[in-house]
Write a protein that binds this ligand. Sequence first.
Ligand code: NI
Ligand code: MN
Length: 229
Amino acid sequence: MAVELTWLGHATWSLRTGDVTILVDPFLDDSPTAPVKADQVEADFILISHGHADHCSDAVKIAKRTGALVISNFEICQWLTAQGVERTMAHNLGGGSQHAFGHVQLTIAHHSSQLPDGQYGGNPSGFLLSLAGGGPNIYFACDTALFYDMKLIGTVGLDLAILPIGDLFTMGPTDALQAVKLLQPKRAVPSHFGTWPPIQQDADAWAESVKKETRVEVTVLKPGEKLSV
Ligand code: NI
Ligand code: MN
């Protein structure tokens, strides 16, 4: 089944497959680049990679309004439950679950994960989505440093890899190029850049560097733009 992916700025993504909407790392109301507010997005599933505010600050209100099932680590699911979110499904690293839209697995990420109120947010993760009906395999690296096991993640045959390029808090353009070489996806899309001055990057220059050194197609989106996979 075809998937439509929309960049909602920073590291927030919306995936539409069939009549299901999957929202990744909702950070909208306080994001300087988000094209929509938290009360304007739909969600049947919400994936949260780690506890930092720029990945989960709108999760509670969106989950309560939409009734979406939130998939995250155990500690973040507990934190959401304590705030009245009714539907959560706790995973741990390497664990996955099957849903009508397909399979989702939590992958390792080298980062940190403190929740906005200072609580421990468990281990940070990325997400590997294998969409049903022979749909695409999509990897969200989320906030992470470069790690060599990306090569292993790539063995599933990735149609799309979404990679941070912002530097400072995550890998930057040079390591993101190495990540593309390890993952060998058909297509790569940059994320987690341009939100604030410290993570400003020239994404087109990064796309050029990937094009020069690999056969991977790079699509650079602007917040609000869509991509079909
Ligand atoms: Ni983070
Ligand atoms: Mn972040």
